[in-house]
Design a protein around this ligand. Structure first.
Ligand SMILES: C[S@@+](CC[C@H](N)C(=O)[O-])C[C@H]1O[C@@H](n2cnc3c(N)ncnc32)[C@H](O)[C@@H]1O
Length: 256
């Protein structure tokens, strides 16, 4: 009824066995961005069931895909021959992975960030990526830039430290309100960050749909969650006592 992800009309043949946690608009955009860029090397943070990875794998010569869970590699290693799966926290793996790519004189031309969506998680991932000096243009897409925590992480970066960042838009693709079964939650959206080694000016953080973002936030559960943030430890305690699973648990065991 309320499916924002399907159907897709495209000559890109989607493998329906691979759950792809993106909206139709995001899927079309990711396919077209990668079809145009044809990256030499791509990096993905947040593999899950390989939905987005199928696009990176198709249009890149090689891909590194990082996930905190070991499930994706078990599930996908026979599907993608040009992908190296890395298991661990992104904040620990981004630096050695990008160092290795640059030292081998390969061009990292595309990054999809879709892992830890907390403010600090996004901030750490971005800081780790932006501190490198790239010799070639690099396109970064951050998924879920419409989610308040994720958006705060992107906005918390001090972009004046990174003059090679040429362009940023938090709403390159607009996000969604109450998508699928997530009642009054704000998810989705693509933020784009373009890195150009020639650029020397400090980039402005554009948010081309900020009015939509602000109106949605006032009606969202995120406003209440932010007001009652101090009760979070109590909620965790009650959930543990009642044996209620956290939403993120789905990423650690695909069979449950
Ligand atoms: C939203 S899913 C990725 C969806 C996928 N990109 C797609 O479009 O279908 C997020 C993934 O990030 C992983 N993840 C969460 N926190 C992480 C972290 N700190 N480091 C690496 N991976 C993380 C989760 O295990 C999960 O598989």
């Amino acid at each position: 009824m309320n499916d924002i992800s399907n159907p897709i009309i495209s000559d890109f043949k989607i493998n329906e066995d691979l759950v792809w946690q993106m909206s139709r608009a995001e899927k079309y955009s990711l396919i077209e961005i990668l079809r145009s860029l044809k990256p030499e090397v791509s990096l993905e943070i947040g593999t899950y069931m390989g939905g987005s990875l199928q696009v990176l794998s198709k249009f890149s010569s090689s891909v590194y895909s990082i996930d905190i869970s070991g499930e994706p590699e078990k599930f996908l290693k026979n599907t993608f021959k040009n992908v190296k799966f890395l298991k661990g926290k992104s904040k620990e793996l981004i630096n050695p992975t990008i160092s290795k790519i640059i030292e081998s004189n390969n061009k990292l031309e595309f990054i999809l960030i879709d892992g830890d969506h907390s403010k600090n998680g996004v901030k750490n991932d971005l800081n780790e990526i932006l501190k490198f000096k790239y010799k070639n243009p690099l396109t970064i897409i951050l998924h879920d830039s419409f989610n308040p925590s994720c958006r705060r992480g992107i906005k918390s970066i001090d972009y004046k430290n990174f003059p090679n960042v040429e362009y940023i838009d938090l709403d390159y693709v607009s996000g969604s309100f109450s998508p699928n079964d997530d009642y009054r939650e704000m998810w989705g959206g693509f933020c784009i960050i373009k890195i150009n080694p020639e650029s020397t000016k400090v980039a402005k953080v554009n948010s081309s749909q900020n009015e939509l973002y602000k109106s949605s936030y006032l009606l969202s559960v995120h406003l209440l969650k932010d007001i009652f943030f101090f009760l979070k430890p109590l909620k965790r305690l009650v959930y543990n006592l009642l044996g209620i699973r956290k939403k993120q648990d789905v990423y650690f065991n695909f069979n449950k």
